[in-house]
Design a binder for this molecule. Structure first.
Ligand code: NDP
Ligand code: ZN
Length: 188
């Protein structure tokens, strides 16, 4: 990666850390929110072998418009139209009811750009890893299983964007479902 790309990535990290500074993940330990976009960018690089700077910058910023007071104009001015386009493609319309948003993620997945599909794969993988290892406090086993099966429905529309990420997600879903079903059986 060129020096100027590393600089842009660090600027995106600094921007996202500032925007998410009052937010925590939903796990019991209250992990700082910024750990999640960092993990998504790492997932793209380490498992997906992705090196495109716009994609990695977009990964760092992917939840800023959806979950903080960030405007599209800010992202365009600081990081460019290409990055903004990717971020907007993975941003849910929060004015819609939650169930509607979840359905739209399933039906819209196959119509996304290749970059947005890669980012969605990495995002879902990180959320599944969190459900397995640092789950939202108060979630029942049933709710975790519901999340995994919904993620599996989204995955169908994301195929062929990055086979490394796709296979990793399939394997995690398989292991996760097996684990929770065994757990349910043991505690039935
Ligand atoms: P939510 O959308 O409420 O929560 C999951 C989202 O929270 C993730 O996509 C992630 O989004 C973010 N997140 C933050 N911290 C964590 C963490 N530690 N682990 C995982 N994700 C985290 O979940 P759903 O509404 O999708 O609920 C899952 C399923 O349960 C659904 O199918 C829903 O229908 C069902 N449900 C069941 C209820 C019940 O009481 N049984 C009640 C409501 C829903 P991001 O990438 O943006 O960080
Ligand atoms: Zn996310």
């Amino acid at each position: 990666m060129k020096t100027e790309e590393i600089l842009r990535l660090l600027k995106a990290l600094s921007f996202a850390a500032d925007k998410h500074r009052f937010q925590k993940r939903k796990d019991a330990a209250g992990t700082p929110y910024i750990n999640h976009p960092i993990n998504v960018a790492l997932m793209l690089m380490e498992v997906g072998k992705e090196t495109d700077a716009d994609l990695l910058v977009a990964a760092m910023l992917h939840d800023t418009i959806e979950d903080t007071e960030t405007s599209p104009e800010e992202i365009r001015a600081l990081f460019g139209q290409e990055v903004l386009d990717i971020v907007l493609e993975v941003t849910d319309d929060k004015s819609l009811p939650k169930e509607e948003r979840k359905k739209l993620q399933v039906t819209h997945a196959s119509h996304k750009s290749a970059a947005a599909k890669k980012l969605k794969l990495a995002d879902k993988i990180c959320n599944i890893a969190d459900i397995l290892h640092h789950p939202p406090s108060g979630w029942s086993t049933e709710r975790k299983l519901q999340y995994l099966s919904w993620a599996g429905e989204v995955l169908v529309g994301l195929k062929d964007a990055n086979p490394l990420l796709e296979n990793h997600m399939k394997e995690m879903l398989r292991k996760g479902k097996e684990f929770f079903k065994t757990y349910e059986n043991l505690h039935a």
